[in-house]
Design a protein around this ligand. Structure first.
Ligand code: ADP
Length: 228
């Protein structure tokens, strides 16, 4: 599903953000990417999303050689992924419903399918009662669930979440990961960047630790699931 082969990324100012990273994430996995600030996590995510290109090495996502994508192919490639950002990136003057529907409209899905699919996804994330609310009328945790609904609505086989719990409190963070767990159980691959060690330790998922641009640990810590 995601394959990094000897990937390095050196920025123009000489910073080596990733240094010879080889990483393999299989279909259906749930992987946490952890590491200190400046370790290279965001760079790794940007490379997966083709927001940037590596200096050397090869990146494959969903069988697609990301580095070989043509400019006009990039939007289609991104739409095949579900992406959740730390700052939610909701459209402020659109209702919860329209924020989610918008992600479908840009892919030419019929109105009939939109009317069917959006309520279903909103109920999946527990927001069926908030469809008409505007983003500033709901809590941070609810906003993040809208962002998650928007990432899910196109039925992506891969969800990329970059610090999705960075702006919400620990209890709600746990709920978001729980929701991602449910989605993962249906076969969707999840890659989630986080710096929250407490959160990661509560789930028994693969943890890839990056420091100084390199993978320094990769495995499970045998987390427990005690809080629910
Ligand atoms: P993390 O997400 O783990 O905090 P980043 O991938 O953002 O780490 O950064 C890795 C390293 O690359 C850091 O030293 C950071 O300062 C540097 N860096 C990130 N983006 C750029 C950029 N656009 N230009 C130059 N250096 C960058």
């Amino acid at each position: 599903m995601i394959k990094f082969t000897h990937v390095s990324k050196k920025y123009d100012n000489g910073t080596m953000a990733l240094n010879d990273v080889s990483l393999h994430i299989d279909k259906g996995e749930f992987v946490f990417i952890v590491g200190s600030s400046g370790a290279g996590k965001s760079t790794l995510m940007r490379l997966i999303l083709r927001e940037d290109v590596p200096t050397s090495g090869k990146i494959e996502v969903n069988g697609c050689n990301v580095g070989a994508l043509k400019r006009r192919e990039i939007p289609y490639f991104r739409r095949s992924l579900g992406v959740v950002f730390q700052d939610f990136r909701l459209i402020p003057n659109m209702s919860v419903y329209d924020n989610v529907a918008f992600a479908l409209r840009v892919t030419n899905v019929s109105n009939k399918d939109i009317r069917r699919r959006v309520p279903y996804i909103l109920s999946l994330v527990g927001l069926q009662g908030k469809a008409r609310s505007m983003p500033d009328q709901i809590s941070g945790g609810e906003q993040q669930r809208v962002a998650l609904a928007r990432a899910l609505v196109n039925n992506p086989s891969l969800i990329i979440a970059d610090e999705p719990t960075g702006n919400i409190d620990p209890e709600l963070s746990y709920e978001i990961v729980d929701l991602l767990n449910e989605i993962n159980k249906c076969g969707t691959t999840i890659v989630m960047v986080t710096h929250e060690h407490d959160l990661v330790s509560q789930f028994d998922h693969r943890i890839v630790q990056i420091e100084h641009g390199q993978v320094v640990a990769d495995g499970r810590i045998g987390g427990h699931h005690a809080r629910k």
